[in-house]
Ligand binder design. Structure first.
Ligand code: SAH
Ligand code: SF4
Ligand code: F3S
Length: 479
């Protein structure tokens, strides 16, 4: 499962957040049988945190005797874990609700629940606007689901959008729903305190809090014991992870946590997302350099390359600071791949200022980017204070220039790998041919290579690259 699905219109080259498409439908390894158990169906949209949360929800429902199904027609409970990051994300959810309404018409006892960021943003309003919805549950209230479901069974619709300062679901072992058996997410923190002026996340996810480091390590160990070989540590701003051990009064930083997870086993790869340029420290870079199993890949969203726009965005770094971070990364970890997020047409951005985004992309040599045009979100600082004055057509034009440049940068980045040998973790068979395997190298690049019939998913192999497109590396195994 991938958070950011390939964008089919661009042949997988450029990626967009998958809010605009059909959400991921989860399936447990054993599909629920007709064994009399109640069944839930869940679709997830938005960021990796939401996908990870759906696994926590799965676990909470599992405790109540629910089994998962990927067939909504037979589900007793249909859940949609939603995203509010851009207007389009919410429109997609509204469309899906009309599909669920048809199922409910056929099976009137079916409950429909809206979870996640849109639930948090719209609260009771969702019940008024969407008549079929029975439950509205925000990201910090999933422990209340059993209670809300039993009330809804009695006909009482329920809303719980309480945002917590403590909840990290630390003790819940997530139900691995979409399970390739090789890679998994581990949430290490929740919420965000950054208040970037364009962003709705601090409103939908509440204050930042870090999860108990020991529960993170034991989750990683458990995953390794079950055969998983890669974990991605998740948070909106992982570099500000700081967990205070109440027993010793000492605290664990993100760099320390990374090393603790890397020490679980040398064959367990560690990735993390997302890094905020203002918070990533040299200690994190040294941890990556010194541990072979911490991947040489950093997602470092720039948003804009122009200092005036960055100030309006409240990103708290400017163009020069960002460029120095990029320099530090390449000098400490020369093999590191860096990817980014960008927003075109933010309030008052001029065409000249947009050029600064293009030039910082070239400077940073991104291997990949998630690229968006600005979508105003109610309640954010930008909505209250700034004029969303760049016309939609202009936003789209600037976005297309950004996409075009990224295509070239990705291709250059991948072509530079031709002739190199990489260690790849096999994730499964390739979509195009079941005789080919797909896997990733440390730099997070997808590599396709023919199977020799002796290796299987979850194993590491060395491959030599002989061809590259802007999206994939084509390779053969080396003995
Ligand atoms: N915590 C992460 C980002 C989370 S949201 C970080 O700080 O990097 C993922 C991306 O969505 C952001 O990086 C940004 O590029 C984009 N985004 C957020 N709000 C947006 C908005 N209002 N319009 C367009 N894109 C937005
Ligand atoms: Fe949003 Fe900024 Fe927090 Fe990322 S760091 S989630 S962009 S407020
Ligand atoms: Fe969307 Fe919420 Fe994530 S708004 S991007 S699902 S934190």
């Amino acid at each position: 499962m991938e958070l950011y699905n390939d964008n089919p219109t661009l042949e997988g080259l450029v990626k967009t957040i998958d809010e605009d498409k059909q959400g991921e439908v989860y399936q447990q390894s054993q599909e629920a049988e007709n064994d009399g158990s109640r069944k839930f169906y869940i679709e997830s949209y938005g960021c990796q945190m939401n996908f990870s949360d759906s696994e926590i929800v799965g676990s909470i429902l599992g405790e109540q005797g629910f089994k998962s199904t990927r067939n909504m027609e037979i589900a007793d409970l249909i859940l949609i874990n939603t995203c509010s990051i851009r207007e389009k994300a919410e429109l997609t959810v509204r469309k899906r609700l009309t599909v669920f309404a048809k199922v409910k018409e056929k099976r009137p006892g079916t409950l429909v629940g809206v979870l996640g960021c849109m639930a948090e943003r719209l609260k009771e309003k969702l019940l008024e606007e969407e008549k079929l919805v029975d439950l509205v549950v925000g990201p910090d209230a999933y422990r209340d689901l059993p209670n809300l479901i039993s009330n809804a069974d009695e006909g009482d619709k329920g809303v719980n959008v309480f945002l917590s300062r403590e909840e990290t679901y630390a003790d819940i072992s997530p139900m691995r729903l979409d399970n390739n058996g090789v890679t998994a997410f581990i949430s290490i923190m929740r919420g965000c305190d950054n208040m970037c002026s364009f962003c709705v996340v601090p409103f939908t996810r509440g204050r930042e809090r870090s999860r108990n480091a020991f529960t993170i390590i034991s989750e990683a160990r458990d995953l390794y014991d079950k055969g998983f070989r890669e974990v991605t540590l998740l948070g909106q701003n992982v570099d500000s992870y700081k967990w205070k051990n109440p027993e010793t009064d000492s605290s664990v930083s993100f760099a320390e946590l990374l090393i603790m997870v890397a020490n679980v086993h040398p064959d367990l790869r560690v990735r993390f997302s997302t890094s905020h340029p203002k918070d990533i420290t040299d200690d994190v870079l040294y941890a990556i350099r010194d541990h072979e199993n911490i991947c040489n890949y950093i997602h470092l969203p720039v948003q804009s390359g122009n200092s005036r726009v960055l100030k309006l965005m409240n990103r708290t770094y400017d163009r020069e600071w960002y460029m120095k971070k990029v320099d530090a990364i390449y000098s400490i970890i020369p093999e590191c791949a860096i990817s980014s997020d960008s927003i075109s047409g933010f309030c008052t951005e001029t065409y000249e200022e947009h050029q600064d985004t293009l030039s910082i992309m070239s400077y940073s040599k991104y291997s990949m980017s998630y690229m968006f045009y600005y979508s105003e979100r109610e309640g954010t600082l930008a909505h209250r204070k700034y004029d969303d004055n760049v016309p939609l057509e202009e936003k789209k034009k600037r976005l297309s220039e950004i996409i075009e440049l990224q295509q070239k940068l990705s291709l250059d980045h991948n072509l530079a790998d031709v002739g190199k040998t990489f260690k790849v973790l096999i994730e499964g068979t390739s979509k195009r041919s079941d005789k080919d395997f797909k896997g990733r190298n440390s730099q997070n690049k997808m590599v396709i290579f023919p199977s020799n019939g002796k290796v299987k998913p979850g194993e590491y192999v060395h491959v030599k690259i002989h061809k590259a497109t802007s999206a994939t590396l084509i390779a053969t195994m080396v003995e």
